[in-house]
Design a protein around this ligand. Sequence first.
Ligand SMILES: Nc1nc2c(ncn2[C@@H]2O[C@H](COP(=O)(O)OP(=O)(O)OP(=O)(O)O)[C@@H](O)[C@H]2O)c(=O)[nH]1
Ligand SMILES: [Mg+2]
Length: 423
Amino acid sequence: MENILNKNEVTRAVLVGVMLKTDDEQDFEASLQELARLADTAGADVVAVLTQNKENPDARSYLGSGKLKELKELCENNEITMVIFDGELMPSQIKNVEDDLGGDITVIDRSMLILDIFALHAKSGEGKLQVELAQLKYTVPRLTGHGKDLSRLGGGIGTRGPGESKLETDRRHVNRRIDALKEQIKELEKNRAVQRAARDRSGIFRAAIVGYTNAGKSTRLNAMTDAGVLSEDKLFATLDTTTRKYSLPSGEEMLLTDTVGFIRNLPHHLVEAFKSTLDEIKYSDALLVVVDGSDSEYPKQIEVTQKLIEELGAGALPVLYIYNKSDLGTAFSPGTPETENVYISALTRAGIDVLVDKLDKLAHMKKKQYTFLLPNDKLGLVNSLYSNATVLSCEYSENGAAVIAVADEKTAGPLKKYILSEG
Ligand SMILES: Nc1nc2c(ncn2[C@@H]2O[C@H](COP(=O)(O)OP(=O)(O)OP(=O)(O)O)[C@@H](O)[C@H]2O)c(=O)[nH]1
Ligand SMILES: [Mg+2]
């Protein structure tokens, strides 16, 4: 079969949402709107939206048969080339809907669309490897072994990939490629671990900027550090982490890391494949959660973000909530007292001073002045204090070295039994 989609052809898409009995109506609507933005980011023209209320998805075609007829008519009358479902469809359901629609129309689901955007936006070598891995893992269970279902691979939304070759169509090849990709990613991960260890030794405070896609994370990093990270009104503009130094008013330096954005129903394979990138979050000292405070969907976006933070093993880190886009007004009343909030506009820089002040406090939160007595057989630790803490004085006697230093918990923790006093 020839590919109907090529780069020069406009993709005219219909979005399909099925509101199941377990769905909340507001969430359902918001998710569809988000799907429209995802489709737009992928370069499709959304021509129509079709919805159905249904207790459970139809086992054969996800949509009920009556709605499916309606969809077919809609497609025929509007020169539709693609149908995008806002749910997760089984391979057989995708195939059945494609067959019923006449075979010329490509059917994809939300996960495939997100994977496609990731494929378009991946820039670094590591990002590309991770996207390809996610795409292949998504593809494997969809391979029938006959190559029949695969005629659709090779061009257009839902089929684009960063791999040197087109997505391979044979299960055996795919599995081999998956192993090779995992191997390469593991190598890159080693480098990352080495860099991380060096940063750990330096004792420098590290904060990761996390949050929902399009919240303004990159804009904020740029506003503070001139990092020059691409920030766009598109979903998933950033896929690679970027780390920049920032000098706090106290004169101390810290590191800020921009990260990939989150979204509801982020495909599981994607989270898995991006694990080494996302791990940067877990190894931070604090999280700066950027929230688009002008978006009425912000509570759901915070919920999704918090859940992913937990899943990534970073749930115990101190968090500063940054409500961004304050220039567009706020969609809410100020947050709960137990969370640390700050309201800013990354665009106009309003509120940045308050943010920097809070960051400074956060960076110093865990630092205390300690007096250590390091025994003579542990004098090597004096060097480590010089490199990881601010040493105020160091005196040697027959009992060892008495060191007064300002250190964070990370540095002082392992030296616990040598602490004479702290405060
Ligand atoms: N009005 C307004 N727009 C903002 C503000 N901060 C960011 N934006 C816009 O919001 C859009 C998204 O900003 P990004 O910085 O790319 O968002 P992000 O969180 O990095 O998004 P991803 O990398 O896609 O996850 C861009 O069009 C920015 O110009 C702000 O404070 N006010
Ligand atoms: Mg970004």
